[in-house]
Each structure stands twice: as C-alpha cells, then as structure tokens.
Design a protein around this ligand. Structure first.
Ligand code: AMP
Ligand code: MG
Length: 457
C-alpha cells in the first residue's frame, strides 16, 4: 500500500522536497492526492439547496423563455411592414400608421389574428402575438383615439387607442423581441455537477420548475483543541490558563464551508484522552481537525498517538505563519485498516497559524472532498505602501489592510503585529498579503498580490 511517508520520504515521488521545508504548493498537491470526493448523494427541496454541492447536471426540461415575448412596453407588429409601401414619406422621414387590434399583457396573451397594418398593445414579458416579430417602444409612437386626438399621457392604458404612428427608423425588423429558448434551450445543461449552489442558481432552477435537487451529502468534520492550558468561555481563567479560541474559529470557518461540524471540545495533554478522542472522531467523521500539539516541543507526544492510529506525516511547511502540520489518515479501530478511516489535519496551536493553515491547506481539501469543483481564490495585484521584510524560501501570508484608490489601483499596508498569536490583527485585516515562496524584502511601492477576505472568510 502507498503510504504518506513513502510519497514524501526519500524514495517517493516528492522526494525532491524536504518534509521540514515543504513548499505550500507541494503540500496542497499531496493533500489533494489523498482526497476522495464524497460518493453519497441526497435530495433536498430547492429552498434548502443554497451552498450545497450539486451532485448531477441540471438539464432544462423547458425552453426559457417558454415563448417569444416582448422586451419592452410598446406595440407588437409584423416587421415586414417597415419595408412595405405602407411607410409613407413625410418631411421628417417615412412614417408608419398601424391600427391597434388588441392587448397582450404578461399572463394574458393576445390570441386573435392580426390584419395587415395592425398591431397589438404589448407589455414587457407578454407573449408575442402570432404574426408579430417586432415591438416599437411606446415612447416612440404618437397615439390617436377614435376622434383622432392624442389621449392624455396619464390614461395611456385605459383610453382605447385606435391607431399609432411612428417613424419607420424608430425600430428595425425583429427588434425588442426575446426569442423562445434564448436564455436556455430545452435539453441543455443549466447547471453542472460540482457547483456550489448560489442564490441565482436556486432562482434558475425554480425558473425551470425544479422541485428538489440532488446534492452531495454534507461532509462531516470533527474538530477539537488540545492543551492543558485551555479553558472554555464561561469557565474562570486560573493562573497560566488561556481561553480556547481555535475551536470557535474552526467551528466558524467550517460553518462558512457548509460542512457538518462535530465539536469534540478540549482534550487535555494526556495520551489516553487524546487516543480516545481521535478514535471517536475517526468513527463519526470524514475529516478530523485538531489544533495544538504539533509544534516541535509537543510533536513527540502527539506523533506517537497519531502514528499508532494510522498513516500520519509531520511536516514543516515553508509557510508563515503555520509551519508545523500533521497530515494523514487515522482509523477508528486503533490501527491502520481497522474500523472507519478519516483524513486528519493536525493544525498548529497559534490562533493565526491555525487560520492560515486552514485556509491554505485544509479548505481546498474540504472543498474537493465535498465533491465541489475547486475554484482558485482570486489574487489581486496591489502596491504595497510600506516596506516588508521577507526571507526567500517560504510563502508568507501577512495580514493587510487594502483599499482601492480613485484610479482603481489597489494599495495595501500590513497590519501592526504579524505575530502568529495576534488574532486581533486578523480581525483588523481585510486581506492576506501573499508573499511568494521565492520573493525577498520589499520596498514601499513594490507590487504584491493580495487575497481579499471578502467571500473567502
Ligand atoms: P502548541 O502548538 O500546542 O504548542 O500551541 C502553540 C501556542 O498556541 C501556545 O501558546 C498555545 O497556548 C496556543 N494555543 C494552542 N491551542 C490553542 C487554542 N485552542 N486556542 C488558543 N490558543 C491556543
Ligand atoms: Mg499545546
């Protein structure tokens, strides 16, 4: 069996990388190689499908629009009349006079026949009457009633209009008509499997008459914090203890991804508790996230537990913050191959490192496992308004505050503290400043890429 240690180890296909300085892109690639998209689907009512992953293409059962219809409030007629001799020359140019035969409103089609040199009063969205292919907008026509007078503007729809006159160059034949099936033709794919459904998609499916939809089941993700020093909000803070924030950050980031979160609390730094919680997590979840206990000082303790339960590597990522990371697979039965398997990510304990590792390494994996088609997060070029110290050989994700100037150019400045423990600057920031693996120190005014939080977090 291919093990994780064999692909990252000296004999493996990724042996050109030092597992203690693994480039972010290599770590992302290895992780995705270990991901299997969920196979199970379920049907949910349309209303509950927002942010779910579509499991099969949605094929349109109808033409949208279902019939040719008007794009304007105006008068529908046969565009051939524009070319016919009926267009009479006047000093202002050729004009056309048509008799108004009836009305077509949305939901109330005109079903009569149209005589030559006749038209139908039509409102936006109303089906085009048979024999009509053109709509002249109402503001382009002069109306007259039976007595030959122009009616008052306020009573346009009430007063029976006998005829309209307009310049022949006011419209071209076929204008202001929406064609049947022009939005979506019957039998064509309206939405593709793998799509994370958005509000417009829900509306689009409703417009096709879809009642319920096949989606992937939600990914189950168990998570817990480790550390003797951790207290939960609501508990008193005794000397040397701190509040557990990672479990709340992780829970919130998981909520954003619309997975099913399983909060397993805080686990003390004790081998039996850790092993028991890991086994329970692997039993109930597809993915297990832990925070803390993977940094150099604590890794030996966690390493023994994790490696007993499965195939887990301890990496040092060439990334800042978020260097230490455990990744692999654990089994609920206590050893590889026994019971239920879950993917494991052991995230660093420092609160910002936990977040950066989640966004860069875990998030793409959860999206792929959910069955969704991955969408790379856009990078936006910006000018950095302050110098930044940066060592080549690692990717840095600095917290930044970005804004666009009046010329449309993005500018960014790092927030004060870049400490991996300073969650407040993560809240203050609105983007990551992404400093590429090979890049060195930056001067004020240099070009950088930013990754906006909006939409990402
Ligand atoms: P560790 O990786 O366990 O050595 O933790 C690194 C740092 O992160 C230590 O200062 C921990 O106290 C802190 N830390 C670990 N877990 C959490 C947590 N759940 N919430 C807040 N801080 C944490
Ligand atoms: Mg710890």
């Amino acid at each position: 069996m291919t093990t994780l240690n064999s692909i990252t180890g000296s004999a493996g296909s990724l042996s050109q990388f030092d597992p203690q300085a693994l480039p972010v892109s290599a770590a992302q690639a290895i992780v995705l190689q270990w991901v299997t998209p969920l196979a199970q689907n379920e049907r949910v009512p349309l209303r509950d499908a927002l942010a779910r992953v579509l499991a099969a293409d949605v094929i349109s059962p109808i033409d949208v629009p279902a019939h040719d219809n008007s794009a304007m409030d105006g008068y529908a007629f046969d565009g051939a009349a524009l070319l016919a001799s009926a267009a009479v020359g006047t000093p202002g140019g050729a004009t056309l006079t048509l008799n108004v035969a009836g009305k077509a409103f949305a939901g109330h089609p005109y079903t009569g026949a149209i005589a030559p040199r006749a038209c139908v009063r039509i409102m936006t969205g109303a089906p085009m009457p048979a024999g009509c292919d053109t709509v002249v907008p109402q503001e382009r026509v002069a109306r007259s009633n039976a007595s030959g007078e122009a009616p008052a503007a306020a009573s346009i729809t009430e007063t029976p209009i006998e005829s309209i006159t307009f310049r022949a160059d006011a419209v071209t034949p076929g204008a202001n008509r929406r064609r049947q099936g022009e939005d979506l033709a019957r039998g064509s794919a309206a939405l593709r499997a793998g799509r994370v459904l958005r509000a417009s998609d829900i509306g689009l499916m409703a417009s096709l008459g879809v009642v319920d939809v096949a989606v992937k089941r939600r990914l189950r993700v168990a998570f817990f914090s480790t550390g003797d020093e951790l207290r939960s909000p609501g508990e008193p803070l005794d000397a040397g203890s701190i509040y557990d924030s990672n479990r709340y950050t992780l829970g919130a980031m998981l909520q954003r991804l619309n997975v099913e979160p399983i909060d397993l609390g805080v686990v003390r730094d004790d081998p039996e508790s850790l092993a028991a919680t890991l086994k329970a997590a692997a039993e109930s979840a597809d993915v297990v996230l832990t925070s803390g206990g993977v940094s150099v000082g604590e890794a030996d303790f966690t390493r023994t537990q994790l490696q007993a339960l499965g195939d887990v590597s301890f990496w040092g990522l060439a990334m800042r913050p978020g260097r230490p990371l455990a990744f692999g697979r654990i089994w609920s039965g206590g050893h590889p191959g026994a019971g239920h398997a879950a993917l494991l990510f052991g995230l660093p304990g420092n609160p910002v490192a936990t977040m950066v590792a989640f966004y860069q390494i875990v998030r793409p994996a959860l999206i792929a496992m959910s069955g969704a088609t991955p969408q790379p997060v856009p990078l936006i070029p910006a000018r950095c308004d302050a110098p930044i110290r940066k060592r080549p050989g690692r990717t840095e994700f600095q917290r930044g505050i970005a804004e666009r100037d009046a010329q449309g150019q993005w500018h960014v400045a790092p927030t004060g503290s870049q400490s991996s423990g300073a969650l407040s600057t993560m809240s203050e920031a609105n983007c990551f400043i992404v400093l590429a693996h090979e890049s060195a120190d930056l001067d004020a005014g240099d070009a950088v890429d930013i990754m906006l939080f909006d939409g990402l977090v």
